[in-house]
Ligand binder design. Structure first.
Ligand code: SF4
Length: 193
């Protein structure tokens, strides 16, 4: 099944509201920030692709958002009505691979990668992440992933499972580049201490 078809049928069997990260999808499909109201006539209609990309890349203060899963998406806009293919494309920009990961997880085709495996593959600047003490990992996950990201770090949980099959959970099967960057900094501090 194509991912667009999978998304359509997943939405059809998911109770409203349909929330993905910081956005909400209304039947039709209308896409807005989850803290905005669809009937608010002040919402800026974002029809252009470039304007939408800018919205995703930069926060309200114009700062680049290095982590798409981090909270901080601007409010005050709307997209739609969209076709299912357009909705899929928009979600892919907002939260890369989120639909594919959820489909794979629910189809039991997604295996999380433990941090030790991810670190072992690193070379060059990031090789030092292999020396991050194991006991440092939970605190770093709490700071970077739990407090700073909307994705669900499957790779760190003792029994990785999304909390609720009815929710459109953002999944993370492997430590991302942003996390590795933070792990590298923490490991370097530990080495210098
Ligand atoms: S590793 Fe953490 S910060 Fe990176 S995408 Fe996954 S949950 Fe988010």
């Amino acid at each position: 099944m194509k991912l667009t078809q999978w998304l359509e049928s997943r939405l059809a069997r998911t109770p409203l509201p349909w929330t993905v990260g910081e956005v909400r999808i209304y039947p039709g499909y209308l896409l807005i920030h989850r803290e905005d109201a669809p009937e608010d006539c002040r919402l800026r209609h974002l029809s252009g692709w470039e304007a939408f990309l800018d919205l995703v890349r930069f926060d309200a203060a114009g700062r680049f958002r290095p982590l798409r899963g981090a909270p901080g998406l601007q409010k005050g806009w709307r997209r739609g009505p969209l076709s299912i293919a357009e909705l899929f494309s928009d979600l892919r920009v907002l939260y890369p691979e989120a639909v594919a990961l959820l489909a794979a997880w629910e189809g039991k085709r997604l295996a999380p990668t433990p941090f030790s495996d991810t670190a072992r593959r690193q070379t060059g600047l990031y090789e030092v992440t292999q020396r991050l003490p194991r006991e440092e990992l939970p605190a770093l996950v709490k700071k970077v992933c739990v407090r700073g990201c909307l994705r669900h770090p499957l790779w760190h949980l003792p029994e990785p499972r999304p909390d609720n099959q009815e929710r459109l959970t953002l999944l993370c099967p492997e430590a991302c580049h942003y996390f590795l960057h933070q792990a590298r900094a923490r490991a370097a501090v530990k080495r210098a201490a």
